[in-house]
Write a protein that binds this ligand. Sequence first.
Ligand SMILES: [Zn+2]
Length: 403
Amino acid sequence: MNPQHDHRRLGRELDLFDTDPLMGAGLPYWLPDGAVVRHELEEYVRQAERAAGYRHVYSPVLGKRELYEISGHWSHYSDDMFPPMKLGAEEVVLRPSLCPHHALIYRSRSHSYRELPLRMAELGGMYRSELSGVLGGLTRVRSIQLNDAHIFCTLEQAAGEARAALDLIRRAYADLGIRAARYRLSLPGEGGKYVADPELWRRATALLEEVLQGVPYDAVEGEAAFYGPKIDVQITDPAGRESTLSTVQIDFHQPERFDLHYIGADGAKHRPVMVHRSIIGSVERAVAHLVEEHGGAFPAWLAPVQLVVLPVADAQLDRAQEVVRQARARGLRAEAYGPGDGTLGARIRAARLVPYQAVIGEREAEGDEAAVRLRDGRRPGAVAVDGLLRRISDVVGAHGAEL
Ligand SMILES: [Zn+2]
């Protein structure tokens, strides 16, 4: 990875995101081009989840303090939580995770074993009270949009669900053009950060080891969630620093705490297992990594502008704008930059991160053609505009990493 590709610098240069001291440190906002990347990423994840049998929910970013006392966050995770807000006689907290809300949603209806595995997904907000000294860019933030899901299933189904989640992660990395640096099996360490129940840890760890069979991984102590071990998919930034992007966890603790159950084939109540999983982790960290991996030259389906149309002279401006209209009608993101924006050479350079450039001179305008330049250096020359737009739509629709 290129050390020049620091996402904080590129984020500002490419007008993707920024912060304002009045909004507060660690609370970035997204500019229109960054919002496009984020929107595409979120839609990609939702689509992948729908195809894999997940159903989406929405839940509030606040919860009563009692909720986190039950989940165990209050006693094991309060250092990372915002202080509670008093509302009359109640105390509410900005949520540090989505799990407790999803456990309550599961509990709100009775469930038969026939409904399992029940896969509940949400791209939802959560909050972490990071110290202001460590905040920066999109990687250390206080407000996080998490790609989260919880699978409520039987013990027999848990390993298969965790394995399927790892497959979703692998496919997403291929479409995003990013790589896992390594897989980590994160185990508990010393100290009171972890729920004390040796049998619970042993069973959950054995299940994850089974899931990781055939996958090279490192087991690391002291990196587990407080309620259970997890598989972490690690990435590295341009400085070589490692962080976790995606996770798969097996949890016996929260189903117990929330007294979750399903009705089995025998008509009796049984306890489900919760598999927590995130394909791309937080949207903030995923976009930071995409910016660093690609240096702003995103795969076509993620690019803020996918096609730039460049008329050679003012006489071709109307034709260029017509091509932009046709591209937008196909759902593509296209812009025209005319001679008013600089010489042709300057406009080509300014659009160097755009996947496709279509230059229209006198000859091309007459023939409904465009001289095509691809970001990767290929120059197919003059092609019919209709065929060009169809081809770009195909690449974008297939989430292709190649142009
Ligand atoms: Zn969870």
